[in-house]
Design a protein around this ligand. Structure first.
Ligand code: ZN
Length: 67
């Protein structure tokens, strides 16, 4: 699973057709609107994405640890 860097939904990267590459890393999107938003300003989305990724990962971990 990958995180859509625009809306932060989880994306099944094997099945999505909306992919962009930025600085030699691939980003996957839930739909054409998110890909378009990203393509218009990849840098700002990547910055926000990396800031949020930390929180998203923590949240996933919290969910896993909840019995
Ligand atoms: Zn999206």
């Amino acid at each position: 699973m990958e995180i859509d860097p625009v809306c932060f939904k989880k994306v099944d990267y094997k099945n999505t057709k909306w992919v962009s590459e930025y600085k030699r890393r691939k980003y996957y999107f839930c739909g054409s609107n998110c890909k378009k938003a990203f393509d218009e300003n990849p840098k700002s989305h990547v910055d926000i994405y990396h800031r949020h990724l930390h929180e998203i990962v923590n949240e996933d971990l919290r969910n896993k640890l909840r019995w």
